[in-house]
Design a protein around this ligand. Structure first.
Ligand code: MLT
Length: 260
């Protein structure tokens, strides 16, 4: 069973974190969502935070199954599932494997495309390097320029320090496993189109990992499938919108949740 934090009562909202960090990513959203009348559940995905690394073959399906198992444990038949970046990939895997458990989705700073062969190869060599080093401390330096937007990097050193600490605290085996899982992920536009339920697509204006074009492609697929679809851009934020502008992300989530 994954480690998770649960707060509040009401319609369930499960928020899935990005790579390579844990559920602390959503720390700023938990309380305001709970105060607004939602049951907020933020798990540490397998291999991150307090959750053990999976012994299964690396796949986002394993993470999606872990979310479904947690829902079973919590007595939740269905919930709104929101994921940021890797959490979004897991959300898309849930559409494939556990559609009945998904009542609405938030796709934040994520994309529906699979990796190019080159990107997948990069992930696999990063996985090997992290395992050999036995630590993720150097991963933060390599990833931060992409994870955080230019505005945050220039003006919010405390966010840079926090995210650096989060990444350095993750176990090497979990990071390597997740990289291999993401390298193997499937293209998911068809799954978004087949969903039909409410969709919020959210992205940071300065996100270079999953920029506006990826957000628009997911929104177009959702609309093509008849989903009520909202798209929200978070100004002056990069890939990690939930920590770069926590209040804007909370407002976006609350506004959208209230509308369906
Ligand atoms: C993330 O933020 O979860 C990762 O950057 C996703 C990815 O590497 O594709």
């Amino acid at each position: 069973m994954m480690h998770f934090i649960e707060t509040g009562e009401g319609p369930a909202v499960i928020l899935l974190h990005a790579f390579p960090m844990d559920s602390a990513l959503w720390a700023a959203q938990r309380r305001p969502l709970a105060h607004a009348g939602y049951r907020v559940i933020t798990p540490d995905l397998p291999g991150f935070g307090g959750s053990a690394v999976s012994q299964d073959e690396p796949s986002l399906d394993v993470m999606a199954d872990a979310v479904a198992e947690l829902m079973e444990h919590l007595g939740l038949e269905a919930a709104t599932i929101g994921g940021l970046s890797m959490g979004g990939y897991v959300t898309m895997a849930m559409l494939r494997r556990h559609r009945a458990r998904v009542s609405g989705i938030v796709l934040a700073d994520t994309k529906a495309s699979a990796d190019t062969p080159e990107a997948a190869a990069n992930r696999r060599s990063m996985a090997t390097a992290v395992e050999a080093a036995g630590s993720t401390v150097t991963v933060a330096d390599a990833m931060l320029p992409n994870l955080l937007g230019a505005t945050t990097r220039a003006s919010r050193p405390e966010v840079v320090a926090t995210v650096t600490r989060w990444i350095g605290a993750q176990p090497a085996e979990g990071v390597a496993w997740a990289q291999r899982a993401m390298a193997a992920r499937l293209a998911s536009l068809a799954d978004i189109e087949a969903f039909g339920g409410p969709v919020l697509v959210l992205y940071g204006e300065e996100d270079t990992i999953s920029p506006a074009t990826d957000a628009q492609a997911m929104a177009a697929a959702a609309r093509a499938g008849g989903s009520p679809t909202a798209v929200i851009e978070i100004p002056r934020a990069g890939h990690l919108t939930a920590v770069e502008d926590p209040d804007a992300v909370t407002r976006a989530l609350l506004g959208w949740l209230a509308g369906h």
